[in-house]
Design a protein around this ligand. Structure first.
Ligand code: DGY
Length: 307
C-alpha cells in the first residue's frame, strides 16, 4: 500500500481508539478498517468530503454501518473468498474436538492426573453417520460440507435460498426451508451465516430449545448469531451436549460461565488466522483500492448485496 498510495498506517496491530478513527475519516480518501474497528453512524458523521471508500480488511462487515455509508455515498468493500478454506478447516477442527473431546483429553494430560487407559475413559461420540446442519450455505458453509462428507457426516443446510441442483448434488446436501425443523433433527449445528440485522440471535432461546439434548453447536461466524446467554445456560443444564466457539457475542470478553464449562471448546477468533489467508486478504484490499483509484467499480463491493 505504501508503494501505491500515500498511506498512513496503524502499525502496532491494536484497534484504533474512537478519536483516532474520527481523525482518520476526517482526512482520508480511503479507510482500511478491520473487524475490531466500529465504523458506526457517529464516526461516519465526522467523515470529510474526501472519504469515498471503506476497504475492509476482512469478510464480515457487521462493524460498519452500511446504511450510513451508503447515505454518505461511501462505497464499502470486503475480502470474500480468501478465508473460506481456512475457516472451514477450523470449523471441522472444532467439530472433531467437541465430539471426540480432544481439548478435554489434552487438558487432562497437562493436569498430570491421567492414570492410564480404561474402556470407559474419555468416551466421545462417533462422527461417522451423524447429521450436520449448516446454518448459512455460502462459501464457507459449502467448504465445510465438502470436508464433512469425508468424515461420513450427512449434510443438511438452511439458507435463505436453496442451492441449485448441481451444487446440492455435489455436496449431497439436503435443504431445509424451515430452520426450526432442521434444528430439531440434527446432531451437530454449525453457524456459517454472516451477522446482519436479520441474523442477530437467529439461534434464539426459543430455537435453541428445539435442539436434541445430545446435539452440539459450533460457531466460526459471529457470536451475535446465537443468544449466548441462553446457550450457556443450556450447556450448563445439559440441555445442549457441547459447543465449539471461535467467536463470542461480546468478544474479546468471554462469558465467565462458559469458561467454567468442560463441554465447550473456546478459541480466540482464529478461524481465518493463517499467514496465507492474511496475505490474500491484504492483496484483495489493495486490488479494491487500486481499482477504485483508477476510476472503476471495485470488485468486492458489499453495500448493495447485504442491504
Ligand atoms: C472476517 O474476515 O470477518 C473474519 O471473521 C476474520 O476472521
Amino acid at each position: 500500500m505504501m508503494e501505491l498510495f500515500d498511506t498512513r498506517l496503524n502499525d502496532d496491530d491494536r484497534p484504533m481508539g474512537r478519536d483516532e478513527l474520527a481523525e482518520a475519516v476526517k482526512s482520508a480518501d480511503v479507510l482500511v478498517p478491520t473487524l475490531t474497528d466500529r465504523i458506526d453512524k457517529a464516526i461516519l458523521a465526522q467523515a470529510g468530503e474526501s472519504l469515498r471508500l471503506i476497504a475492509n480488511f476482512g469478510t464480515g462487515v457487521d462493524h460498519i454501518d452500511l446504511a450510513a455509508a451508503r447515505e454518505r455515498g461511501v462505497t464499502v468493500t470486503n475480502t470474500p473468498g480468501v478465508l473460506t478454506e481456512d475457516t472451514a478447516d477450523m470449523t471441522m477442527a472444532l467439530i472433531l474436538d467437541v465430539i471426540r473431546r480432544v481439548s478435554q483429553g489434552e487438558r487432562l494430560i497437562r493436569s498430570g492426573e491421567w492414570s492410564g487407559w480404561s474402556p470407559t475413559h474419555m468416551l466421545g461420540h462417533r462422527l461417522w453417520g451423524k447429521r450436520l446442519g449448516i446454518v448459512g450455505m455460502g462459501r464457507i458453509g459449502s467448504a465445510l460440507a465438502r470436508r464433512a462428507r469425508g468424515f461420513g457426516l450427512s449434510i443438511h443446510y438452511h439458507n435463505r435460498r436453496q442451492l441449485p441442483d448441481h451444487a446440492e448434488q455435489e455436496l449431497e446436501a439436503t435443504w431445509w426451508e424451515s430452520l426450526d425443523q432442521m434444528l430439531a433433527r440434527m446432531d451437530i449445528i454449525s453457524v456459517n451465516c454472516p451477522h446482519t440485522p436479520a441474523t442477530f440471535h437467529l439461534l434464539s432461546a426459543r430455537r435453541l430449545k428445539l435442539l436434541k439434548p445430545t446435539a452440539a453447536i459450533v460457531n466460526t461466524s459471529r457470536g451475535e448469531v446465537i443468544d449466548e446467554q441462553a446457550m450457556t445456560r443450556m450447556l450448563k443444564a445439559g440441555e445442549i451436549a457441547g459447543a465449539g466457539l471461535d467467536v463470542f457475542e461480546h468478544e474479546p470478553a468471554v462469558n465467565p460461565k462458559l469458561l467454567a464449562l468442560g463441554n465447550v471448546v473456546l478459541l480466540p477468533h482464529m478461524g481465518s488466522a493463517t499467514i496465507e489467508g492474511r496475505i490474500d486478504m491484504g492483496e484483495k484490499v489493495i486490488i479494491n483500492i487500486k481499482t477504485y483509484a483508477d476510476g472503476h467499480k471495485p470488485p468486492d463491493r458489499v453495500i448493495d448485496t447485504l442491504l
